[in-house]
Ligand binder design. Structure first.
Ligand code: SF4
Length: 881
């Protein structure tokens, strides 16, 4: 045993510091890490004092939750789907090696039959939870695991977990709770529809226990505390009810233990997604590197539980596993737990096999002795059952509803546990809601409105404010403008980062000089023609729970302005657009929770079937990931299938700013930068071209713009798939992040000119077309951008809703003549183009000119409701720039 294994005991706290901390806890004053560390050492009378405070906090919380005196547990079976793991934690007996499994006659993974047999027997015994426990990504370390997955047709372990979760739901009715270790943001999306809850112990935030040789987590890539905290955050962003916790006594100091609790509190507050916190004590096991280390004392555990309760507050659900507390049930209850976790009448605790679970009757008796009653809960906590969307995927709703008491959200005593189909919700693609928002949104008093769940839907605004203060520090610059301008004019490819930043800040005469240079480069690169496309926007639904904080388009399905188009309405709109000369439809929508991942294919197909010549430009990277994760396909497979269905190119929206720090401020749950890049590159590789975008002028700074443009140039260098770069000034008026006082009120005209000019310079040699947005800047603003390096005006749009709902007052469509008028105002000729900047067939041009690209009037909508033709297949998708 090395010193890093020992529970370090820094100098005992003084009687005074203990007294002070106890008093503050008792008075409900919020503690700091130092005080919490002191309280973690409370013993004897001090501990009695502490647990009594903690017990009061818990009681108040249960009272507020409407279940005073109720301690919960979940009746479960334990499914150790694989005991192979790429990590090597020194205390672990769960993980094993392929040789041992083979010698014992076991496969590398439990087979589907073995899994279902466990689940079925559990269902017979009244269990409602199937706890899937497994090692972290075993295929990365063990070729045998990779071979097993290949032989059985699974891309990775999580694909197998997903498939088995569906079978357990369908064949037994048990609700999966998944503990697959570290998951990426994408993993969380693909598992969310098959499991009402997931979990991963944080264990500790003490990095040294992971990074220093001899530490219990040394050599275990998934035990880096920063990685684990990122998983907690991603789960919160993805609205996954998530279980986490700390493991005490593995060598962390009291200070580090306290820090771990504060880290959990921070994530819980920010995203409201931590459904329970487990406080688990280390128990030494034979055959492990830490076998000689003393078990954490139960007094130590009680103090940790009590401090967790005081730090995390009354609303937290705190659990101690009953098989690890010896006979000290009463002490743990006193200390403030309100849950005993999963208890199995069937399977052993495979992580602590030497410690059997108590019988449930025994647990009830012990709980009653302390004056509480024991009630069964589901794996998803009652608070999340009652909150429903977006915490509960619609595909799991029937399974959870069948087992949940409608009053309390706890388990129903008379529930029948039986398999139910796991499928897309019925009647989801029915046309619903207003579909005239492009016309009436500004006149119906909506402007300036906030959603009633403003303080909840976007996470915690204080946390967002704090993060934004950190990224929004204005840069100090002492660069030489003249040299930078000279370099820009000479060879923009050689602009250094410092020079580029200097130019991003240019103003007055320097800005005029910069835009002149950009304008010259524009002329040399693409000539004088100002291009535009005759296109129609079709935003097939605005129902979305992603929680982007800049988005005023997204609605809950119950909101007055929520709508969804049916497939026939989408097709009719495409047809109508064709009649007035369109060559393209641009289709994006919200991430509707009912949306099947294949609906996007139906949308593309519907348009192509109805108007074969129409270019389908659709589905932002967020929608692509949504489609892929919902179908369980890879991004590549999904894009290939979408192409097959009629998709021609994708918008490079959902990019916002390609910097995760800024993205997580702007959006609660949107895809991370790396995933955006993956989608775009994969699309390009498959021959699906895309635009590229940047939304700026909120909490960002010029160095973010620089990095964003450099990244786009790099991608283009590799794939050549971008058709254009589109500047998207942030529309602040109705944006939640502005209403909450976090974001700036959009970019200034100076910013717009500088960004347009710098895009021209920094993308020179990579992306020839720079598009400006009349929707966001108006005709005069767009004309100014045409003089600052832009050469494209985007499209006629015909029916723009997204910016309009955000508060843009520049209308929802422009006629061909109006677009040509903008070009003329900039002193340049205009040319209609295709999506990919090619020549438009003469027939299309003539049709467009005859109608001026104007819809005579919007199509009368099909009757909303199930009787609408083709209803039952409407569509949805995301991203709202
Ligand atoms: S930007 Fe798109 S994904 Fe984000 S909330 Fe709005 S509609 Fe949903």
């Amino acid at each position: 045993m090395t010193s890093s294994h020992e529970t370090a005991t820094p100098g005992k706290p003084t009687a005074n510091s203990m007294r002070r901390a106890l008093k503050r806890a008792s008075n409900g004053v919020s503690l700091d890490v130092g005080e919490a560390a002191v309280l973690l050492q409370a013993r004897g009378n001090d501990l009695a004092d502490l647990v009594s405070t903690a017990g009061r906090v818990r009681d108040a919380g249960l009272e507020a939750a409407g279940r005073p005196g109720v301690i919960t547990y979940s009746r479960k079976v334990f499914i150790p789907i694989t005991r192979l793991c790429r990590d090597k934690c020194h205390y672990c007996t769960f993980a094993t090696v392929p040789g041992k499994l083979r010698r014992a006659g076991h496969g590398m993974f439990l087979s589907p039959d073995e899994i279902l047999e466990i689940a079925r027997r559990g269902a017979e015994l009244g269990c409602k939870e199937a706890l899937f426990t497994l090692g972290d990504r075993p295929e990365d370390r063990w070729p045998e695991a990779r071979e097993w997955l290949d032989a059985h047709g699974y891309d990775d372990t999580l694909a197998y977990v997903r498939a088995m979760s569906v079978r357990v739901l369908e064949e037994t009715g048990l609700l999966p709770h998944l503990n697959p270790g570290v998951m990426s943001w994408t993993d969380l999306q693909r598992l969310k529809p098959v499991a009402p809850s997931m979990g991963m112990m944080l264990e500790t935030t003490a990095t040294r226990l992971w990074s220093e040789p001899g530490g219990p987590h040394y050599g275990s890539p998934d035990k880096d505390p920063a990685v684990r905290l990122r998983v907690l955050e991603d789960a919160g962003r993805s609205n996954v009810p998530f279980t986490t916790g700390i493991l005490i006594g593995i060598g962390e100091t009291y200070e580090e233990r306290a820090e771990s609790l504060f880290a959990i509190r921070k994530v819980a507050r920010e995203y409201h997604g931590v459904q329970e916190v487990i406080v688990q004590n280390f128990r030494a096991k034979p055959d492990t590197a830490m076998r000689g280390m003393p078990d954490a004392e139960l007094d130590e555990l009680a103090a940790a539980i009590a401090v967790a309760r005081v730090v995390l507050g009354p609303a937290a659900r705190i659990q101690a596993p009953p098989n690890l507390v010896d006979a000290e049930y009463a002490l743990m209850l006193e200390a403030g737990i309100d849950d005993w976790g999963g208890v199995s009448p069937l399977t052993p605790d495979h992580v602590n096999p030497e410690r059997p679970w108590p019988q449930i009757d025994e647990l009830a008796r012990r709980t009653a002795e302390s004056g509480f009653s024991l009630r069964e809960r589901l794996t998803i906590y009652p608070e999340y059952v009652r909150r429903g969307e977006p915490w509960l995927d619609p595909r799991l709703l029937p399974h959870v509803t069948a087992l949940a008491d409608p009053e309390t959200g706890l388990a129903r005593e008379d529930a029948v546990v039986e398999g139910r189909p796991w499928q897309e919700p019925d009647e989801v693609f029915v046309a619903t809601g207003r579909t005239d928002l492009h016309r009436t949104v500004d006149t119906t008093g909506r402007t300036g409105d906030r959603r009633s769940d403003f303080d909840d839907a976007y996470g915690d605004w204080d946390a967002v404010r704090e993060k934004s203060a950190a990224v929004g520090v204005p840069e100090r610059l002492d660069g030489d403008v003249r040299t930078a301008l000279a370099q820009a004019s000479d060879d923009p490819a050689k602009l250094t980062d410092d020079q580029a930043l200097t130019l991003f800040h240019a103003d007055g005469a320097a800005l005029d000089a910069l835009t002149r240079i950009a304008d010259d480069i524009r002329r040399d690169t693409v000539g004088d023609e100002v291009t535009y496309v005759v296109t129609r926007n079709i935003n097939f639904t605005n129902v979305c729970y992603t929680g982007c904080r800049f988005c005023a388009f997204a609605q809950r399905r119950t909101d007055a302005d929520a709508y969804t188009l049916s497939l026939s309405q989408v097709a009719d709109r495409a047809e109508q657009a064709w009649e007035v000369g369109a060559t393209e439809v641009c289709m994006q929508g919200g991430i509707h929770p009912d949306l099947p991942g294949t609906a996007y294919f139906d949308i593309a197909r519907a348009v192509k079937e109805s108007v074969p010549g129409m270019h389908v430009h659709a589905f932002s990277p967020m929608e692509v990931v949504n489609g892929a994760t919902r179908t369980g396909m890879s991004i590549r497979e999904w894009l290939a299938a979408a192409k097959e269905a009629g998709l021609d190119s994708i918008p490079g929206t959902a990019a916002e700013i390609l910097d995760d720090e800024v993205r997580w401020i702007l959006t609660k749950g949107k895809l991370p930068t790396a995933t955006w890049v993956e989608v775009i590159k994969t699309a390009h590789e498959l021959g699906l071209r895309s635009s590229s975008t940047m939304m700026y002028g909120h909490v960002d700074q010029p160095h973010h713009w620089l990095a964003h443009l450099r990244l786009l140039a790099e991608i283009q260098q590799e794939t050549g798939g971008f058709t254009e770069f589109v500047t998207l000034p942030f529309i602040h008026t109705n944006a939640p992040i502005y209403l909450a006082g976090v974001a700036r009120p959009g970019p200034t005209m100076r910013d717009n000119r500088a960004v347009t000019a710098m895009a021209r310079l920094l993308l020179h040699g990579h992306i020839p077309n720079i598009q400006t947005s009349w929707v966001k800047l108006g005709a005069d603003g767009a004309a100014e951008m045409l003089r600052s390096g832009a050469n494209d005006l985007g499209g006629t749009l015909m029916e723009e809703t997204i910016s309009r709902m955000a508060g843009s007052s520049y209308g929802s469509h422009r006629s061909i003549r109006e677009l040509e008028g903008i070009a003329e105002a900039a002193g340049r000729p205009a040319r209609q183009r295709t999506t990919t900047y090619g020549q438009v067939p003469a027939e299309r041009i003539a049709t467009g000119l005859a109608s001026d690209g104007h819809l005579p009037e919007l199509l009368p909508l099909a009757e909303a409701g199930p009787s609408a033709p083709h209803a039952g297949h409407a569509a949805t998708a995301p991203s709202s720039e």
